[in-house]
Design a protein around this ligand. Structure first.
Ligand SMILES: [Zn+2]
Ligand SMILES: [Zn+2]
Length: 356
């Protein structure tokens, strides 16, 4: 039998484990093995697989070595086959239609801030999912726990993205962006000139989440009125369960089980402002966020808001979590024409550009 590509099989397994929200160490085992073996000539791989010495290499364990041996023998690794067999979509027709209509993702992180993977890796996973674009939205300076990017680092990232884009397949591109902190006074935590230069700006509240209602409402309204803001990220800040494994970042130390109440704000005023200023309301797909809750998605819909169904992915496999957001959006009656990331990159840029 013709040998398969063992590195591709290892990466595929890692992706599927991540997507299934499995523990970080399991995902890491496959990613490290893929990395350790990527540089080796095929002849050496084959020789080592035959001699049983793959595990002598740092980063390769028994399970990953077995997968490699099976791939090289031309068999689909048993581990991969089991994952494929138990995968499946439980989405109903409306949610599936919404998911199918999505052409990109407006909220993603890389290892430049608190994500776990390089920009290239995130982009390649997005290509595999059939996306036409992802907006790279690493954190802003004040979010130091998430290694928020200073203006200087963000400028370097923009240069880097340009290089990465040049090497990516035709028809796909990384759009530049930021998840900018909405500061206590409602201002945005990055240089004006940079915010103007970025393709898409997502703004989120990450501090003072339990501030009183009027204060939080004022803060959000000020941010929404800022012409640089395109998308209001995870507006209530709630956490419905502990963070999944694999996500480092604020509050993630030791994977403690933790939940957080919704922030209190005047939702009617906030969503009316979003509709007025044409700021899209994010439907955050992360299983531990599910933000906004369905009753608020319905309120935003009634207010005439647009939406972005985003993953807030911190790892490649999480880019497939959009289906969770679609499910909730569909239950609330959101349709594809109300969702900005059903547009092409050109249409999205046109919309975002008009705002600033
Ligand atoms: Zn956030
Ligand atoms: Zn985020």
């Amino acid at each position: 039998m013709k040998a398969r590509d063992p590195i591709a099989d290892l990466r595929r397994i890692a992706f599927m484990l991540e997507r299934a929200n499995e523990a970080t160490y399991r995902v890491r085992a496959f990613r490290s093995a893929a990395k350790a073996l990527a540089g080796l000539p095929t002849a050496e791989l084959t020789a080592r697989a035959a001699a049983g010495t793959l595990t002598d290499l740092a980063g390769v364990g028994d399970v990953t070595a077995r997968c490699v041996a099976e791939s090289l023998a031309g068999e689909e690794p048993v581990y991969l086959r089991r994952l494929l067999a138990t995968e499946g979509s439980d989405l109903d027709a409306e949610a599936t239609a919404l998911r199918t209509a999505l052409r990109g993702d407006c909220h993603t992180h890389s290892d430049w801030s608190d994500g776990g993977s390089p920009i290239e890796e995130m982009a390649l996973a997005a290509v595999e999912l059939g996306h036409e674009y992802v907006v790279l939205t690493d954190h802003s300076p004040r979010l130091t726990v998430a290694r928020g990017l200073t203006a200087a680092r963000l400028r370097r990232q923009l240069d880097h993205v340009e290089q990465v884009n040049a090497a990516l397949p035709e028809g796909f591109r990384i759009l530049t962006g930021i998840e900018v902190d909405i500061l206590a006074d409602g201002s945005l935590d990055q240089d004006e000139e940079l915010l103007a230069r970025l393709d898409v700006v997502v703004g989120s509240v990450h501090s003072g989440l339990s501030d009183e209602r009027s204060k939080m409402t004022r803060r959000m309204l000020a941010a929404i009125a800022n012409p640089h803001l395109d998308i209001l990220g995870h507006c209530t800040g709630r956490m419905v369960s502990s963070r999944p494994a694999g996500v480092t970042g604020p509050g993630d130390r030791g994977h403690r089980a933790r939940t957080r109440k919704e922030s209190d704000f005047d939702a009617d005023a906030v969503f009316a402002a979003c509709a007025e200023h044409d700021v899209a309301v994010e439907i955050n797909s992360r299983p531990e966020r599910q933000d906004p809750p369905k009753r608020l998605i319905r309120r935003a819909l009634e207010a005439g808001c647009r939406f972005a169904i985003s993953t807030d992915a911190h790892a490649p496999g999480q880019l497939d979590w959009q289906r969770f957001g679609c499910e909730r959006a569909a239950l609330c009656g959101v349709t594809a024409d109300q969702v900005v990331n059903t547009w092409s990159a050109a249409e999205l840029l046109d919309w975002a550009g008009k705002r600033s």
